[in-house]
Unconditional design. Sequence first.
Length: 380
Amino acid sequence: MTREASIVAAINDRKKAMLAQLRTLVEHESPSHDKSALDELATKLLDRWQGLGATTERIANPNGGDHIIARFNDNSTTQRGLVVGHFDTVWPIGTLENMSFAIDSDIVRGPGVYDMKASFVMAVTAIEVLAALDLPLPRPITFLWTSDEEIGSVTSRALIETEARDVAYALVVEPPLGSGALKTARKGTGVLQLNVEGVAAHAGVEPEKGRSAITELAHQILAVNKLARPEVGTTINVGLISGGSAANVVPAHASATVDVRISTMAEATRIEAAMKQLTPVTPGVKLEVTGRIKRPPMERTAAVAELFERAKPLASRLGLNLTEGSTGGASDGNFTAAIGVATLDGLGSPGAGAHASHEHILVSGMLERTALLALLLLEL
Ligand SMILES: [Zn+2]
């Protein structure tokens, strides 16, 4: 049997155990804001890594769930490889009541199954299978699993960047694109807030003394929309507005929340600068812009392209035709790519419905991609 065939066979042998583990993880609900649920899950994940002989670290996080690290082959002086995942989900506690874990032939449903509890099962199985087959890792590998990816990685960003420093590659086990394609480019994202302060007045008695914050905001929304440049990937969505206090009062306050997506750092800089330069149209009204573009784009750099070119023939040894694509969604791969690390994202299980009630993975896809992950760890 070829090495690839033995890896595939060893993974297929573990199918039942993988599904049982997946069930345990999905049934341990872990929304991004629930520290106690996240910390309990972190303990379970660390136990699993320790059972495989990893050197583990638990990074205490007073502002959210703890983050965890598992290191293999750590005494080797070769350049490290990094695998990045997260164990928080967008689903609140209690979601299981109406969206329970269910296996229906090749489909497994449940909150967070696709994004990305299956990815943890894939990572531990890849390591387990390589060890069982006596296939040594060619370099030290660090597995970093964080607790706040779904809410912007505010408490994990520095940790991700530290662990990514000087690595040979970063593999991000987020779900692939719907077609199964890996993600070699992701947009950067930011949320900016536009606050307008006008002057309140009675709308009937002395409207001329008022300065409408809502009218001003309307002008500014149109100005902000004009900053979009979809031809280079820059899109803008004023997704929330609020303002005013009563129909008969000239509104003193209004605000808008703006979602910005960019494909290059140059565009991030342009948008931030333009937003800061917005000036009021209405005399006597104050405008304030807060927030910034926090996730840099994952640009398809030469290093990213080269890593994909190395992964492709490995996948074809498994009979997989690996393709690549880009997405407007961001992940922790944006951080690793932005500091210059060759990053391959979308190495999780094929499926669909991230953040949606039809969230699911395909068992066959999970098994195939586990073999791919094992082969990448072995060959890159
Ligand atoms: Zn995710």
